[in-house]
Design a protein around this ligand. Structure first.
Ligand code: PHE
Length: 465
Protein backbone atom coordinates (compact mmCIF):
# COMPACT_ATOMS: atom_id res chain seq x y z
CA UNK A 1 0.00 0.00 0.00
CA UNK A 2 1.29 3.46 -0.82
CA UNK A 3 2.20 5.48 2.24
CA UNK A 4 -0.54 7.82 3.41
CA UNK A 5 2.04 10.26 4.67
CA UNK A 6 3.18 11.24 8.14
CA UNK A 7 4.12 14.27 10.10
CA UNK A 8 7.90 14.40 10.25
CA UNK A 9 8.03 15.84 13.73
CA UNK A 10 5.89 16.39 16.77
CA UNK A 11 6.37 20.11 16.33
CA UNK A 12 5.01 19.86 12.79
CA UNK A 13 1.91 18.05 14.04
CA UNK A 14 1.36 20.58 16.82
CA UNK A 15 1.81 23.54 14.47
CA UNK A 16 -0.54 22.08 11.87
CA UNK A 17 -3.19 21.29 14.49
CA UNK A 18 -2.82 24.65 16.17
CA UNK A 19 -3.05 26.14 12.68
CA UNK A 20 -6.32 24.33 12.16
CA UNK A 21 -7.60 25.66 15.46
CA UNK A 22 -6.42 29.23 15.04
CA UNK A 23 -8.53 30.78 12.35
CA UNK A 24 -11.26 33.25 11.58
CA UNK A 25 -12.85 31.90 14.75
CA UNK A 26 -10.10 33.44 16.85
CA UNK A 27 -9.48 36.71 15.11
CA UNK A 28 -12.81 37.57 13.57
CA UNK A 29 -15.40 35.90 15.79
CA UNK A 30 -13.78 35.75 19.21
CA UNK A 31 -13.31 39.51 19.75
CA UNK A 32 -16.89 40.32 18.79
CA UNK A 33 -18.27 37.58 20.99
CA UNK A 34 -16.19 38.98 23.84
CA UNK A 35 -17.54 42.42 22.98
CA UNK A 36 -21.11 41.17 23.04
CA UNK A 37 -20.63 38.94 26.07
CA UNK A 38 -19.31 41.31 28.70
CA UNK A 39 -15.57 41.33 28.07
CA UNK A 40 -13.56 39.29 30.51
CA UNK A 41 -16.61 37.45 31.83
CA UNK A 42 -16.95 35.79 28.45
CA UNK A 43 -13.21 35.21 28.33
CA UNK A 44 -13.21 33.31 31.61
CA UNK A 45 -16.07 31.05 30.66
CA UNK A 46 -14.46 30.42 27.28
CA UNK A 47 -11.21 29.46 28.97
CA UNK A 48 -12.93 26.97 31.28
CA UNK A 49 -14.76 25.29 28.41
CA UNK A 50 -11.60 25.04 26.34
CA UNK A 51 -9.52 23.50 29.09
CA UNK A 52 -12.06 21.36 30.92
CA UNK A 53 -14.20 20.18 28.05
CA UNK A 54 -12.52 20.64 24.69
CA UNK A 55 -9.10 19.35 25.68
CA UNK A 56 -10.39 15.84 26.55
CA UNK A 57 -12.37 15.64 23.29
CA UNK A 58 -9.28 16.68 21.37
CA UNK A 59 -7.26 13.95 23.07
CA UNK A 60 -9.92 11.41 22.13
CA UNK A 61 -9.96 12.47 18.48
CA UNK A 62 -6.18 12.30 18.16
CA UNK A 63 -6.10 8.90 19.87
CA UNK A 64 -8.77 7.44 17.56
CA UNK A 65 -6.86 8.71 14.54
CA UNK A 66 -3.50 7.45 15.64
CA UNK A 67 -4.74 4.04 16.72
CA UNK A 68 -6.34 3.39 13.34
CA UNK A 69 -4.11 5.32 10.95
CA UNK A 70 -7.27 6.22 9.22
CA UNK A 71 -9.49 9.16 8.37
CA UNK A 72 -12.78 9.36 10.35
CA UNK A 73 -15.03 7.08 8.27
CA UNK A 74 -12.52 4.23 8.22
CA UNK A 75 -11.36 4.84 11.78
CA UNK A 76 -14.58 3.72 13.44
CA UNK A 77 -14.76 0.68 11.20
CA UNK A 78 -11.17 -0.29 11.93
CA UNK A 79 -11.83 -0.19 15.64
CA UNK A 80 -14.53 -2.78 14.99
CA UNK A 81 -17.66 -0.61 15.01
CA UNK A 82 -18.73 -0.12 11.41
CA UNK A 83 -22.08 1.39 12.41
CA UNK A 84 -20.23 4.24 14.05
CA UNK A 85 -18.68 5.28 10.73
CA UNK A 86 -21.82 7.40 10.48
CA UNK A 87 -20.00 9.78 12.81
CA UNK A 88 -17.23 9.91 10.23
CA UNK A 89 -19.72 10.75 7.49
CA UNK A 90 -21.22 13.43 9.69
CA UNK A 91 -17.71 14.88 10.03
CA UNK A 92 -17.26 14.82 6.27
CA UNK A 93 -20.51 16.70 5.81
CA UNK A 94 -19.50 19.29 8.42
CA UNK A 95 -16.13 19.73 6.74
CA UNK A 96 -17.69 20.39 3.36
CA UNK A 97 -20.34 22.73 4.77
CA UNK A 98 -17.97 24.71 6.99
CA UNK A 99 -15.34 25.07 4.29
CA UNK A 100 -17.97 26.21 1.79
CA UNK A 101 -18.78 29.38 3.75
CA UNK A 102 -15.42 29.72 5.48
CA UNK A 103 -13.77 30.11 2.11
CA UNK A 104 -16.10 33.01 1.32
CA UNK A 105 -15.16 34.92 4.48
CA UNK A 106 -11.51 34.04 3.86
CA UNK A 107 -11.90 35.45 0.35
CA UNK A 108 -13.25 38.72 1.78
CA UNK A 109 -10.24 38.96 4.11
CA UNK A 110 -7.79 38.15 1.37
CA UNK A 111 -9.38 40.78 -0.87
CA UNK A 112 -9.21 43.31 1.96
CA UNK A 113 -5.47 42.78 2.10
CA UNK A 114 -5.20 44.07 -1.47
CA UNK A 115 -7.62 46.91 -0.79
CA UNK A 116 -5.55 48.04 2.21
CA UNK A 117 -2.34 47.83 0.24
CA UNK A 118 -3.96 50.03 -2.42
CA UNK A 119 -4.96 52.47 0.29
CA UNK A 120 -8.66 51.94 -0.36
CA UNK A 121 -9.88 52.62 3.17
CA UNK A 122 -13.38 53.56 2.09
CA UNK A 123 -14.01 49.86 1.52
CA UNK A 124 -15.29 49.57 5.09
CA UNK A 125 -18.15 51.94 4.39
CA UNK A 126 -18.85 50.07 1.15
CA UNK A 127 -18.63 46.61 2.65
CA UNK A 128 -21.98 45.44 1.32
CA UNK A 129 -21.13 46.59 -2.20
CA UNK A 130 -17.83 44.77 -1.88
CA UNK A 131 -19.41 41.46 -0.85
CA UNK A 132 -22.01 41.87 -3.58
CA UNK A 133 -19.32 42.23 -6.23
CA UNK A 134 -19.55 38.68 -7.49
CA UNK A 135 -16.73 38.78 -9.98
CA UNK A 136 -14.24 40.15 -7.51
CA UNK A 137 -15.25 37.83 -4.68
CA UNK A 138 -15.28 34.81 -6.98
CA UNK A 139 -11.74 35.58 -8.07
CA UNK A 140 -10.53 35.92 -4.50
CA UNK A 141 -12.50 32.81 -3.58
CA UNK A 142 -10.95 30.77 -6.38
CA UNK A 143 -7.49 32.02 -5.45
CA UNK A 144 -7.95 31.18 -1.79
CA UNK A 145 -9.37 27.73 -2.44
CA UNK A 146 -6.58 27.06 -4.93
CA UNK A 147 -3.91 28.03 -2.40
CA UNK A 148 -5.51 25.63 0.08
CA UNK A 149 -5.76 22.84 -2.49
CA UNK A 150 -2.21 23.39 -3.66
CA UNK A 151 -0.87 22.88 -0.15
CA UNK A 152 -3.10 19.90 0.64
CA UNK A 153 -2.31 18.23 -2.68
CA UNK A 154 1.39 18.19 -1.80
CA UNK A 155 0.74 15.82 1.06
CA UNK A 156 1.13 15.78 4.80
CA UNK A 157 4.79 16.52 5.40
CA UNK A 158 5.61 18.39 2.18
CA UNK A 159 2.39 20.39 2.09
CA UNK A 160 0.52 20.71 5.37
CA UNK A 161 3.47 20.47 7.77
CA UNK A 162 5.72 22.77 5.76
CA UNK A 163 3.03 25.40 5.32
CA UNK A 164 2.27 25.34 9.05
CA UNK A 165 5.93 25.71 9.92
CA UNK A 166 6.10 28.88 7.87
CA UNK A 167 2.70 30.37 8.53
CA UNK A 168 2.29 29.83 12.27
CA UNK A 169 5.47 31.63 13.34
CA UNK A 170 4.67 34.45 10.87
CA UNK A 171 1.21 34.70 12.36
CA UNK A 172 2.60 35.02 15.87
CA UNK A 173 5.08 37.69 14.82
CA UNK A 174 2.33 39.63 13.02
CA UNK A 175 -0.01 39.48 15.97
CA UNK A 176 2.67 40.50 18.49
CA UNK A 177 3.75 43.38 16.29
CA UNK A 178 0.17 44.59 15.93
CA UNK A 179 -0.42 44.32 19.70
CA UNK A 180 2.63 46.44 20.43
CA UNK A 181 1.42 48.97 17.95
CA UNK A 182 -2.17 49.04 19.17
CA UNK A 183 -1.03 49.53 22.77
CA UNK A 184 0.62 52.79 21.76
CA UNK A 185 -2.67 54.26 20.51
CA UNK A 186 -4.42 56.91 22.62
CA UNK A 187 -7.08 55.41 24.96
CA UNK A 188 -5.60 51.94 24.54
CA UNK A 189 -5.89 51.40 28.27
CA UNK A 190 -9.66 51.79 28.25
CA UNK A 191 -9.84 48.97 25.73
CA UNK A 192 -7.67 46.73 27.86
CA UNK A 193 -9.81 47.57 30.86
CA UNK A 194 -12.99 46.62 29.03
CA UNK A 195 -11.35 43.41 27.87
CA UNK A 196 -9.84 42.31 31.17
CA UNK A 197 -12.26 43.48 33.85
CA UNK A 198 -15.19 41.09 33.93
CA UNK A 199 -18.73 42.43 33.91
CA UNK A 200 -20.64 39.46 35.28
CA UNK A 201 -23.98 41.21 34.88
CA UNK A 202 -23.77 40.49 31.15
CA UNK A 203 -23.34 36.80 31.76
CA UNK A 204 -26.62 35.30 30.61
CA UNK A 205 -27.40 31.74 29.62
CA UNK A 206 -27.03 32.67 26.00
CA UNK A 207 -23.54 34.09 26.60
CA UNK A 208 -22.48 30.83 28.25
CA UNK A 209 -24.00 28.96 25.33
CA UNK A 210 -22.07 31.00 22.77
CA UNK A 211 -18.83 30.64 24.73
CA UNK A 212 -19.21 26.89 24.62
CA UNK A 213 -20.04 26.79 20.91
CA UNK A 214 -17.22 29.19 20.15
CA UNK A 215 -14.66 27.16 22.12
CA UNK A 216 -15.69 23.98 20.37
CA UNK A 217 -15.61 25.49 16.88
CA UNK A 218 -12.37 27.28 17.58
CA UNK A 219 -10.62 24.08 18.56
CA UNK A 220 -11.75 22.40 15.32
CA UNK A 221 -13.48 19.62 17.23
CA UNK A 222 -16.40 17.37 16.43
CA UNK A 223 -15.77 16.72 12.74
CA UNK A 224 -12.71 14.51 12.83
CA UNK A 225 -10.15 17.07 11.69
CA UNK A 226 -7.99 15.90 14.57
CA UNK A 227 -8.79 12.25 13.93
CA UNK A 228 -7.37 12.84 10.48
CA UNK A 229 -4.30 14.74 11.66
CA UNK A 230 -3.81 12.18 14.45
CA UNK A 231 -3.78 9.43 11.84
CA UNK A 232 -0.51 10.86 10.50
CA UNK A 233 1.10 10.93 13.93
CA UNK A 234 3.97 8.70 14.95
CA UNK A 235 3.45 6.13 17.66
CA UNK A 236 6.04 7.53 20.02
CA UNK A 237 4.36 10.90 20.45
CA UNK A 238 2.78 11.97 23.70
CA UNK A 239 -0.85 12.64 22.74
CA UNK A 240 -2.00 14.18 26.01
CA UNK A 241 0.71 16.80 26.18
CA UNK A 242 0.36 17.55 22.46
CA UNK A 243 -3.37 18.14 22.85
CA UNK A 244 -2.70 20.34 25.87
CA UNK A 245 -0.22 22.44 23.90
CA UNK A 246 -2.63 22.79 20.96
CA UNK A 247 -5.47 23.85 23.27
CA UNK A 248 -3.35 26.37 25.12
CA UNK A 249 -1.97 27.80 21.85
CA UNK A 250 -5.43 28.31 20.44
CA UNK A 251 -6.72 29.96 23.57
CA UNK A 252 -3.62 32.12 23.82
CA UNK A 253 -3.95 33.35 20.26
CA UNK A 254 -7.62 34.17 20.78
CA UNK A 255 -6.56 36.05 23.90
CA UNK A 256 -3.86 37.90 21.98
CA UNK A 257 -6.33 38.77 19.23
CA UNK A 258 -8.45 40.50 21.87
CA UNK A 259 -5.40 42.30 23.18
CA UNK A 260 -4.78 43.55 19.67
CA UNK A 261 -8.39 44.55 18.89
CA UNK A 262 -9.71 46.21 22.03
CA UNK A 263 -7.15 49.02 22.20
CA UNK A 264 -7.99 49.77 18.58
CA UNK A 265 -11.71 49.89 19.33
CA UNK A 266 -11.06 52.08 22.35
CA UNK A 267 -9.01 54.43 20.21
CA UNK A 268 -11.90 54.65 17.79
CA UNK A 269 -14.46 55.37 20.49
CA UNK A 270 -12.11 57.60 22.48
CA UNK A 271 -12.29 55.28 25.43
CA UNK A 272 -16.08 55.27 25.84
CA UNK A 273 -16.78 51.86 27.40
CA UNK A 274 -20.42 51.75 26.31
CA UNK A 275 -19.39 52.41 22.72
CA UNK A 276 -16.62 49.81 22.92
CA UNK A 277 -19.14 47.18 23.84
CA UNK A 278 -21.52 48.26 21.10
CA UNK A 279 -19.03 48.48 18.26
CA UNK A 280 -16.94 45.43 19.07
CA UNK A 281 -20.05 43.29 19.49
CA UNK A 282 -20.98 43.55 15.82
CA UNK A 283 -20.34 40.72 13.47
CA UNK A 284 -19.03 42.74 10.57
CA UNK A 285 -16.92 44.91 12.84
CA UNK A 286 -13.59 43.81 11.38
CA UNK A 287 -14.67 44.52 7.83
CA UNK A 288 -16.76 47.63 8.35
CA UNK A 289 -15.02 49.49 11.13
CA UNK A 290 -11.35 48.57 11.01
CA UNK A 291 -10.55 50.20 7.64
CA UNK A 292 -11.59 53.58 9.04
CA UNK A 293 -9.24 53.06 11.97
CA UNK A 294 -6.41 52.29 9.58
CA UNK A 295 -7.23 55.38 7.57
CA UNK A 296 -6.93 57.57 10.64
CA UNK A 297 -3.37 56.37 11.08
CA UNK A 298 -2.34 58.30 7.99
CA UNK A 299 -1.77 57.00 4.49
CA UNK A 300 1.61 55.26 4.92
CA UNK A 301 1.09 53.76 8.34
CA UNK A 302 -2.51 52.90 7.50
CA UNK A 303 -1.44 50.90 4.46
CA UNK A 304 1.19 49.04 6.46
CA UNK A 305 -0.85 48.26 9.56
CA UNK A 306 -4.06 47.60 7.61
CA UNK A 307 -2.23 45.40 5.12
CA UNK A 308 -0.55 43.42 7.89
CA UNK A 309 -3.81 43.01 9.76
CA UNK A 310 -5.64 41.43 6.82
CA UNK A 311 -2.59 39.39 5.92
CA UNK A 312 -2.72 37.98 9.45
CA UNK A 313 -6.39 37.19 9.05
CA UNK A 314 -5.77 35.45 5.72
CA UNK A 315 -2.92 33.38 7.14
CA UNK A 316 -5.03 32.31 10.08
CA UNK A 317 -7.84 31.35 7.70
CA UNK A 318 -5.53 29.42 5.38
CA UNK A 319 -4.14 27.10 8.07
CA UNK A 320 -7.76 26.30 8.95
CA UNK A 321 -9.03 25.78 5.41
CA UNK A 322 -6.15 23.34 4.93
CA UNK A 323 -7.46 21.10 7.71
CA UNK A 324 -11.05 21.46 6.51
CA UNK A 325 -10.08 20.35 3.01
CA UNK A 326 -7.87 17.55 4.33
CA UNK A 327 -10.78 15.67 5.95
CA UNK A 328 -12.79 14.91 2.79
CA UNK A 329 -9.58 14.53 0.81
CA UNK A 330 -8.23 11.90 3.21
CA UNK A 331 -11.57 10.10 2.93
CA UNK A 332 -11.25 9.84 -0.86
CA UNK A 333 -7.62 8.77 -0.59
CA UNK A 334 -8.20 6.16 2.14
CA UNK A 335 -11.58 4.79 1.24
CA UNK A 336 -11.90 5.34 -2.48
CA UNK A 337 -8.21 4.93 -3.34
CA UNK A 338 -8.17 8.12 -5.37
CA UNK A 339 -4.78 9.70 -5.86
CA UNK A 340 -4.17 12.57 -3.42
CA UNK A 341 -3.79 15.45 -5.81
CA UNK A 342 -6.80 14.39 -7.87
CA UNK A 343 -8.85 13.97 -4.71
CA UNK A 344 -7.82 17.37 -3.39
CA UNK A 345 -8.77 19.34 -6.49
CA UNK A 346 -12.01 17.41 -6.86
CA UNK A 347 -13.09 18.22 -3.31
CA UNK A 348 -11.97 21.83 -3.69
CA UNK A 349 -14.13 22.19 -6.79
CA UNK A 350 -17.19 20.63 -5.19
CA UNK A 351 -16.83 22.71 -2.03
CA UNK A 352 -16.40 25.87 -4.04
CA UNK A 353 -19.64 25.13 -5.88
CA UNK A 354 -21.45 24.41 -2.62
CA UNK A 355 -20.21 27.81 -1.41
CA UNK A 356 -21.69 29.80 -4.29
CA UNK A 357 -25.09 30.37 -2.66
CA UNK A 358 -23.28 31.64 0.46
CA UNK A 359 -21.39 34.04 -1.74
CA UNK A 360 -24.58 35.13 -3.48
CA UNK A 361 -26.41 35.63 -0.20
CA UNK A 362 -23.97 38.34 0.83
CA UNK A 363 -25.57 41.02 -1.28
CA UNK A 364 -26.18 39.92 -4.82
CA UNK A 365 -29.21 37.68 -4.35
CA UNK A 366 -32.03 38.53 -2.01
CA UNK A 367 -33.27 34.95 -2.28
CA UNK A 368 -30.09 33.62 -0.64
CA UNK A 369 -29.79 36.65 1.65
CA UNK A 370 -33.21 36.02 3.21
CA UNK A 371 -33.08 32.33 2.68
CA UNK A 372 -35.21 30.93 5.45
CA UNK A 373 -36.89 31.89 8.68
CA UNK A 374 -36.58 29.16 11.25
CA UNK A 375 -39.16 28.92 14.02
CA UNK A 376 -36.67 30.05 16.63
CA UNK A 377 -35.68 33.20 14.78
CA UNK A 378 -37.03 36.71 14.68
CA UNK A 379 -35.50 37.43 11.28
CA UNK A 380 -34.78 35.35 8.26
CA UNK A 381 -31.33 33.85 7.88
CA UNK A 382 -28.95 34.05 4.97
CA UNK A 383 -27.85 30.89 3.23
CA UNK A 384 -24.41 31.32 4.82
CA UNK A 385 -25.89 31.58 8.29
CA UNK A 386 -27.95 28.42 7.73
CA UNK A 387 -24.91 26.48 6.56
CA UNK A 388 -23.02 27.78 9.60
CA UNK A 389 -25.81 26.70 11.90
CA UNK A 390 -26.15 23.22 10.40
CA UNK A 391 -22.51 22.40 9.64
CA UNK A 392 -20.78 24.59 12.20
CA UNK A 393 -22.97 24.43 15.30
CA UNK A 394 -25.33 21.48 15.02
CA UNK A 395 -23.13 18.86 13.38
CA UNK A 396 -20.04 19.76 15.41
CA UNK A 397 -21.80 19.53 18.76
CA UNK A 398 -23.52 16.30 17.74
CA UNK A 399 -20.21 14.92 16.47
CA UNK A 400 -18.43 15.89 19.68
CA UNK A 401 -21.13 14.31 21.81
CA UNK A 402 -21.01 11.07 19.82
CA UNK A 403 -17.20 10.96 19.82
CA UNK A 404 -17.07 11.21 23.60
CA UNK A 405 -19.75 8.54 24.07
CA UNK A 406 -17.95 6.35 21.58
CA UNK A 407 -14.57 6.74 23.24
CA UNK A 408 -15.73 6.09 26.77
CA UNK A 409 -18.42 3.46 26.30
CA UNK A 410 -18.00 1.78 22.93
CA UNK A 411 -14.30 1.74 22.20
CA UNK A 412 -13.93 1.70 25.98
CA UNK A 413 -11.69 3.63 28.29
CA UNK A 414 -9.20 0.81 28.69
CA UNK A 415 -8.28 0.96 24.99
CA UNK A 416 -8.37 4.72 24.95
CA UNK A 417 -6.04 4.83 27.92
CA UNK A 418 -3.69 2.40 26.33
CA UNK A 419 -3.37 4.68 23.31
CA UNK A 420 -2.78 7.86 25.27
CA UNK A 421 -0.48 6.33 27.88
CA UNK A 422 3.04 7.63 27.54
CA UNK A 423 5.92 6.14 29.39
CA UNK A 424 7.68 9.29 30.46
CA UNK A 425 4.56 11.31 30.96
CA UNK A 426 5.71 12.94 34.23
CA UNK A 427 3.50 13.90 37.13
CA UNK A 428 1.58 16.67 35.37
CA UNK A 429 1.14 14.45 32.33
CA UNK A 430 -0.30 11.68 34.46
CA UNK A 431 -2.65 14.08 36.17
CA UNK A 432 -3.86 15.43 32.84
CA UNK A 433 -4.33 11.91 31.51
CA UNK A 434 -6.38 10.90 34.52
CA UNK A 435 -8.49 14.02 34.11
CA UNK A 436 -9.07 13.29 30.42
CA UNK A 437 -10.04 9.74 31.29
CA UNK A 438 -12.63 10.99 33.75
CA UNK A 439 -13.98 13.88 31.69
CA UNK A 440 -14.47 11.98 28.44
CA UNK A 441 -17.04 9.67 30.01
CA UNK A 442 -18.83 12.15 32.25
CA UNK A 443 -18.36 15.87 31.67
CA UNK A 444 -18.01 15.81 27.88
CA UNK A 445 -21.07 13.73 26.99
CA UNK A 446 -23.29 15.64 29.43
CA UNK A 447 -22.22 19.16 28.47
CA UNK A 448 -22.00 18.44 24.74
CA UNK A 449 -25.32 16.62 24.85
CA UNK A 450 -26.87 19.72 26.38
CA UNK A 451 -25.14 21.98 23.84
CA UNK A 452 -26.47 19.91 20.98
CA UNK A 453 -29.97 19.70 22.41
CA UNK A 454 -30.18 23.43 23.10
CA UNK A 455 -28.86 24.21 19.62
CA UNK A 456 -31.53 22.07 18.01
CA UNK A 457 -34.48 23.03 20.21
CA UNK A 458 -33.64 26.69 20.17
CA UNK A 459 -32.89 27.21 16.50
CA UNK A 460 -35.04 24.67 14.74
CA UNK A 461 -38.05 24.57 17.04
CA UNK A 462 -37.99 27.99 18.64
CA UNK A 463 -37.98 26.58 22.15
CA UNK A 464 -35.91 28.62 24.53
CA UNK A 465 -35.67 29.19 28.24
N1 PHE B 1 -11.04 26.30 14.23
C1 PHE B 1 -11.22 27.08 13.06
C2 PHE B 1 -11.38 28.53 13.44
O1 PHE B 1 -11.39 28.87 14.60
C3 PHE B 1 -12.39 26.62 12.22
C4 PHE B 1 -12.45 25.15 12.00
C5 PHE B 1 -13.51 24.41 12.47
C6 PHE B 1 -11.42 24.49 11.31
C7 PHE B 1 -13.58 23.04 12.32
C8 PHE B 1 -11.47 23.12 11.14
C9 PHE B 1 -12.53 22.41 11.64
O2 PHE B 1 -11.50 29.38 12.62
Amino acid sequence: MASRGNFNSRLGFILASAGSAVGLGNIWKFPFEVGAGGGAAFLLIYLCFALLLCFPVMTAEIAIGRRTNSSPVGAFRKLGFPKWSGVGYLGLASGVLILSFYNVVAAWSFGYFFEMVRGNFSIGANFSDYTADLIKISIYGVLFMSATAFIVSRGVSQGIERAAKIMMPSLIILILGLIIYSLTLPDALAGIKYYLLPDFSKLTGSVVYSALGQAFFSLSLGMGALITFGSYLKKDTNIVSSAAIITVSDVSIAFLAGLMMFPIVAYLTQGDLQAISQISGEESFIFQTMPAVFESLGSTLGVIIGGLFFLLLSFAALTSTISLLEVPTAFLVDEKKIQRSKATWLVALVVFLVGIPSMLGAGSSSFFADFIRLPGMENSMSFMAVVGLVGGSTFLSLGGFLISIFTAYVWKKRNFNEEIYYENEGRLGRLLRLYVDFAIGVICPIVLGILCLVTILNNYFGISW
